[in-house]
Design a protein around this ligand. Structure first.
Ligand code: ST9
Ligand code: ZN
Ligand code: ZN
Length: 324
């Protein structure tokens, strides 16, 4: 049999693509329409809240759903599946998969593939939400247009075999649409109307649309704001920064300079210095009850060496009183 043509045998690593030059924007109008609808519905849900038309039980329900979906992304998709920064027993893996589905940020496999490509080729055209293309592109614009060819070509070099062998991930991938519709929209709407008599439309607009939209923006801030603003105590040569506000809104994921330097640390931040790390607290609690184990961290000595070698001088070790 003749050998396959060279181009077909090339891996993403070897193939030449434009990594830094001008990029064409190919808008996907279906997504523009869907996100416009989401934001209009979410604004209306927010209006119902501030005008006192949402029952307190529904408000609490929305907060619980936001918190659960946040942990599904941070402790689940991000720290567990994308980075494998700790191990988890099956009940926790199921809980994380449920909460990640609630967040409706694509299935775990796609979320992790995009995220691994983001780390490997950060701030080149192969990074799906390349922050060099501006705040809006890295925040949400990347979901409104076709991906750059470099994402698809270079993305092939990212190993996904661990997730391909994970039955929970592959089950969720296979049945994603019915799962996400049920878990992220139908259940959040039905529960308030059935259990405490909220109108179905208010439940939908507040607990589904408003809650979903808020969680999305909290997540997207990591790709936009935390890739732009804040000190860089661990590596001054990269754009990801330590952003306290984003850390608050994104459950501890704003300490992004540290995370890009030490992506395997389950805390995604340096212990002792940082705050608002609700996701680390969640994983610590899971470890306490025996559902999470083998939590990976970075030895203090290694962190200090890195701070001294590549930091921008803003680390408390340098200035004895950090900016935080
Ligand atoms: C959403 C995701 O919001 C948010 C992710 C944020 C990440 C944040 C990370 C920060 C850390 C964590 C912080 C958490 C904080 C949480 C706080 C909470 C309180 N590698 O995609 P397609 C190939 S989602 C390799 O269709 P198009 C592949 O062959 C929101 N290959 O490209 C693929 O085929 P298949 C809801 C790749 O046509 C093929 O290309 N979801 C890669 O250009 C086609 O892929 C939406 O809105 C790769 N990375 O379309 C959906 N990528 O998949 C939006 C692609 O079969 N997405 N390939 O293997 C879309 O509609 C489309 O993807 C598109 C691009 C229009 C954007
Ligand atoms: Zn990043
Ligand atoms: Zn990461």
């Amino acid at each position: 049999m003749p050998p396959a043509p060279t181009s077909a045998r090339r891996t993403g690593e070897q193939q030449e693509v434009n990594m830094d030059g001008d990029a064409r924007v190919d808008i996907v109008w279906r997504n523009v329409a869907l996100f416009t609808y989401l934001h209009l519905a979410a604004f209306y849900g927010g209006y119902l809240l501030i005008t006192g038309q949402v029952m307190w039980q529904t408000f609490l329900w929305g907060v619980i759903l936001h918190t659960m979906s946040g942990f599904g992304i941070t402790a689940g998709a991000h720290r567990y599946w994308a980075h494998k920064s700790y191990k988890a027993v099956t009940p926790l893996r199921l809980l994380l998969a449920y909460m990640q589905t609630l967040a409706f940020q694509n299935h775990i496999y796609e979320w992790c593939r995009d995220h691994r490509v983001h780390h490997k080729f950060a701030e080149t055209h192969a990074d799906p939400h390349n922050a060099k293309r501006g705040f809006f592109f890295s925040h949400m614009g990347w979901l409104l247009c076709k991906k750059h060819e470099a994402v698809k070509v270079k993305g092939k070099s990212v190993d996904m075999s661990d997730l391909e062998q994970d039955p929970i991930v592959m089950f969720q991938k296979k049945y994603y649409l019915p799962l996400v519709l049920t878990i992220s929209f139908v259940i959040p709407t039905i529960v308030p109307s059935y259990f405490w008599g909220e109108t179905a439309s208010t439940a939908f607009l507040f607990a589904a649309m408003f809650r979903y939209c808020v969680t999305l923006h909290c997540t997207w801030l990591v790709n936009s704001a935390a890739h732009r603003w804040g000190p860089r105590p661990y590596d001054k040569s990269i754009s990801p920064a330590e952003n306290k506000s984003v850390a608050w809104w994104a459950f501890g994921e704003g300490w992004h300079n540290y995370h890009h330097v030490f992506p395997w640390d389950y805390k995604t931040s340096e212990v002792g210095i940082y705050r608002y790390n609700f996701s680390a607290a969640f994983i610590d609690y899971m470890a306490k009850v025996g559902w999470a184990y083998d939590l990976k961290t970075v030895p203090e000595k290694l962190v200090k060496q890195r701070v001294a070698r590549t930091g921008d001088g803003s680390h408390p070790d340098h200035i004895h009183a950090g900016p935080w």
